[in-house]
Design a protein around this ligand. Structure first.
Ligand code: C2E
Ligand code: CA
Ligand code: CA
Length: 374
């Protein structure tokens, strides 16, 4: 297959050009001569078109494709390794734009790469300097509205910049082992916080795909529970479908080891990934969380509502309780309660807040409760 792909690429080139296989399914093409960006783009488009033609392999037809990163080599450039690095970054960016894309290494990409590298370096220091904080968002029972648990959501208190949202640094950390260090910190910090709550509410921590494949994860959860003396039944891990699907067997075996510690496992963002019925059947999830995209439009869009209903029915027929995320209005909360959704989470109840604010709120609520019952 790789030979055939190489041949298809070289068919699009002139005889002064060069094509080489760098390893795996990666090829390098050197287009020589003074040519414009438009001409390069034309060659790249021809290569993509040739690669996506179906290919017969014995009796089977296979369909491939490609992504292309282009770098302009200035006259007199002396470092091939550097040029390959730039091409590689352009390729990486093309891949993240979707299938079959072409991306040139330009000033914007260069700036973006520098910024990414700066964040990466700062993230390394952030761990050493203890710059992460956890905010907590409550989950309530849909019928009584009492708090049953809290989800720990990480923020980065970046010096001179302020609080950085996880969406801005978690995906970056996930590209390296940094996510395991950050994730470990979160587990210990969340257990420690929950052990200081007055009630028996649970604490939930988000786990990245990469962490799930780290065999040390079981050890760290165990240690965090021991050190904080938190009852394992009060600790929950939230994982997404994508995390499981990429390596179902290993993920399932680690999840079972985690569950054997006595903790709970929730399936996060349900409905946005593959929603494969096989692993829901295979793995005993303790909770399914409906993604907020469906909840937010459930009263305005009949299709979203149908999906919410279907997820609740599916979960209940498997005896799994459901949490609705992103509940922002009373109408949504009522509709969800009518559908027998067990738990609610969202701005209607409370936005994520720092530990101290959350504790102050808990105190205020219990004082209110005392004065009401007096
Ligand atoms: P998530 O696990 O789906 O968390 C829910 C996100 O929705 C949170 O965003 C929360 O602030 C937001 N949210 C909650 N209620 C509402 C609502 O009513 N309306 C709207 N519009 N949004 C609501 P946040 O805190 O920015 O976290 C974003 C994502 O970052 C999380 O999505 C989670 O995937 C990831 N994340 C957060 N903390 C960690 C962590 O410690 N480790 C890992 N691996 N990922 C984390
Ligand atoms: Ca979550
Ligand atoms: Ca979620």
């Amino acid at each position: 297959l790789l030979k055939a792909m190489g041949r298809r690429i070289s068919n699009q080139l002139t005889n002064t050009d060069l094509v080489a296989r760098l390893g795996g399914d990666e090829f390098a093409v050197l287009v020589r001569g003074r040519i414009t960006a438009e001409e390069v783009a034309e060659v790249a488009n021809r290569i993509l078109a040739a690669l996506s033609e179906p290919l017969s392999m014995g009796r089977r037809m296979v369909k491939c494709g490609g992504s292309i990163g282009v770098v302009n080599v200035p006259p007199g450039a002396s470092s091939p390794a550097r040029i390959l690095t730039f091409a590689d970054r352009a390729l990486y960016s093309a891949k993240s734009d979707g299938r079959g894309c072409i991306r040139f290494y330009d000033a914007d990409l260069h700036k973006q790469q520098i910024e990414t590298r700066n964040i990466e370096r700062a993230l390394h220091k952030a761990i050493e300097n203890d710059e992460f904080v956890l905010h907590f968002q409550p989950k309530v029972s849909a019928s009584t509205r009492t708090v049953v648990g809290r989800e720990a959501l990480i923020r980065w208190d970046r010096p001179n910049i302020g609080l950085v949202s996880p969406d801005e640094f978690i995906p970056l950390a996930e590209q390296s082992m940094l996510i395991c260090d950050i994730g470990r910190w979160t587990i210990y910090a969340a257990c420690d916080a929950a052990s200081r709550w007055s009630g028996g509410e649970s604490v939930a921590v988000n786990l990245s795909a990469r962490q799930l494949l780290d065999p040390d994860i079981v050890h760290h959860v165990k240690m965090a529970l021991q050190q904080s003396r938190l009852d394992p039944a009060r600790f929950e891990l939230e994982i997404t479908e994508t995390a499981i699907i990429n390596n179902t067997q290993l993920a399932t075996s680690i999840l079972l080891d985690l569950k054997a510690l006595g903790i709970k496992i929730s399936l996060d963002d349900f409905g946005t990934g593959y929603s494969s019925m096989s692993y829901i059947q295979e793995f005993p999830f303790d909770r399914i969380k409906i993604d907020r995209s469906f909840v937010m439009s459930m009263n305005a869009n009949v299709k979203s509502r149908a999906i919410v209903e279907a997820i609740i029915h599916l979960a209940h027929s498997l005896n799994i309780p459901v949490v609705a995320e992103g509940v922002e209005t009373e109408d949504q909360a009522e509709a969800l309660a009518l559908l027998s959704c067990e738990e609610l989470q969202g701005y209607l109840i409370a936005a994520p807040a720092p530990f101290e604010d959350m504790m102050a709120r808990v105190m205020a609520d219990s004082l209110l409760f005392e004065s009401e019952s007096a």
